[in-house]
Design a protein around this ligand. Structure first.
Ligand code: PGA
Length: 254
């Protein structure tokens, strides 16, 4: 029986308002305890407000991205150092939208993970295959490549011990097509087996989130699976009632 802690992460993407920051934090704070790690990822401009609102609650706050550099002449970028200073605890790295829309490569993602870890922040590394890659039977090769570039360094085992991994099949993100609990479990289990090559002990401890059209009505079945430790939720994390139900389902599951 595993003792991995559950984590439910809400990725607002480029959505939200100041009003939603307050409503979301209040709804979660009033209706959850610290039984699981609940982390909200609003756009940069709402981070300060959200960190302030979430003070004295067990809700943590993270950023959706960060620069690969820690400071310098990089107009428009935000560094992990700044995120740490303002009170963030997590950073999403390698989300499929950033890989697809902004050309983030596995190598760049690995450098961002290193930048995040140098600032004592926890990276939430997103990995996932496209529909075409799954149909071609390439799912595990794609996922292993995405992981290996991050972990094949001298400090790879330390990195593994300090990061969270989110498996998000690209075909399930924002499409309403959730992976079945069985398919998600099978892939999570294969990911954990791959991670065991770095350290069997740490592989058992790594938090593996599932993401891709997670909703209040599919969260319970997914979270009953032995290798699913929580969720990275996009669209449904913008609705306080629905996100709360997902958190409650995840906490109850397994
Ligand atoms: P979705 O997004 O829940 O809207 O599918 C998930 C994500 O992109 O993290």
């Amino acid at each position: 029986m595993t003792n991995r802690r559950k984590m439910i992460a809400g990725n607002w993407k480029m959505n939200g308002t100041h009003k939603l920051v307050a409503t979301m934090v209040n709804t979660l704070a009033e209706n959850t305890t610290d039984q699981a790690d609940i982390v909200l990822f609003p756009p940069y401009v709402y981070l300060s407000d959200m960190i302030h609102q979430a003070k004295n609650t067990s809700i943590a706050v993270g950023a959706q991205n960060c620069a690969v550099h820690l400071q310098g002449a990089y107009t428009g970028e935000v560094s992990a150092t700044m995120l740490e200073e303002m009170g963030c605890r997590y950073v999403i790295v390698g989300h499929s939208e950033r890989r697809a829309l902004y050309g983030e490569t596995n190598e760049l993602v690995a450098q961002k993970v290193a930048a995040v870890m140098s600032c004592q922040l926890t990276p939430v590394l997103c990995i996932g295959e496209t529909a075409a890659q799954r149909e071609a039977g390439e799912t595990m090769t794609v996922l292993q490549d995405q992981l290996a570039v991050v972990l094949n360094r001298s400090e790879g085992t330390t990195i593994l011990s300090k990061m969270v991994i989110a498996y998000e099949p690209v075909w399930a993100i924002g499409t309403g097509k959730t992976a079945t609990p069985e398919l998600a479990q099978e892939t999570h289990s294969q990911i954990r087996q791959f991670l065991a090559q770095y350290s069997p002990v740490i592989a058992e401890q790594v938090i593996l989130l599932y993401g891709g059209s997670v909703k209040a009505d599919n969260a319970a079945a997914l979270s009953s699976m032995p290798d699913i430790d929580g969720f990275l939720v996009g669209g449904a994390s913008l609705d306080p009632t629905q996100f709360l139900l997902i958190c409650q389902a995840a906490i109850k599951g397994r």
